[in-house]
Ligand binder design. Sequence first.
Ligand code: PXP
Length: 250
Amino acid sequence: MALRQLRLGVNIDHVATVRNARGGAHPDPVTAAKLAIEAGADGITAHLREDRRHIRDEDISRLRALSRPLNLEMAATGEMQAIALKTRPHAVCIVPERREERTTEGGLDAAGQMTALAPFVAKLNDAGIRVSLFIAAEASQIEAAAKLRAPVIEIHTGGWCEALAHGDSAASDREWRRIVAGTQQAASLGLEVHAGHGLTYESAEAIAALPQIAELNIGHFLIGEAISGGLAAAIKTMRAAMDRGRAKAS
Ligand code: PXP
C-alpha cells in the first residue's frame, strides 16, 4: 500500500537573516514563503526568537495570512505564548532556545521540564493550536511528550545529519537507529511524528522511508540551494539592466 505523501514544511528564517543583514525589506521572507507554497510546500515554518535575529513579529502576522498552515517555532516563554494566542498559527513547535547558540542545538528537555511545560502546552491545546515538541529521539523525552498531551513531536535530526556530513558512519548509524526507534515508540503512543534540522536532499530521501513520519521541516539547506540555483539568473538580470542603461545613454 502506498504511504501518504510526506508533508514538507519550508522554514524561511534565513531569508530574514539575509534581509536583516542590511536592515531593509529585501529579501522578504513572506515573498519566499509564497514561492515555497507555489512550488509545493505544504506549510511554512518560522522561528520567532527572543532576540528577533531573523523573523520579526510583523513577519509572523503576514505569514499567518497566507494560504498554507503556519508552524510557529518558539521557546516556552510567557511572551511567546501571548504571541501564539494572539496570532493563532495552525501549529506551534516548542523549541529550546539559548541566546548564544547559532541554531537550535539540542532538543527540548520535555522530561525535565514537565511541571513548567504542562500548563503551557494545555493552554495552547485549549486554544486549538496544534502543539509539537522539538525533542531528541530519546525514550524518556517521547514518553514525556505523550504525558504532556502534545499531539505531535518533531524529532531533532541535527546529530544524524552532522554525522552524515562528516562521513562518520559509526555515529550516523547510531543516530539513525535512535531515530527509527524513536519514531516507532512515538507512533505507538499515538503521537504524530515530524522531523527536522540539518536535512539535505540525501538525508530527506533516507528519512522519508520511515512510514511513521508525517512531516519534515527544512530550512537552511533549501535557502543555500536557492542561492546556488538562483545566483546565475540574478546576475544575468543585473547584466541586462546595466547593458540597457548603457544602451540608453549611447
Ligand atoms: N525544525 C526545527 C524545530 C528547527 O528549530 C529548525 C531550525 O530552525 C528546523 C526544523 C530547520 O532546520 P534547518 O534550517 O537546519 O533545515
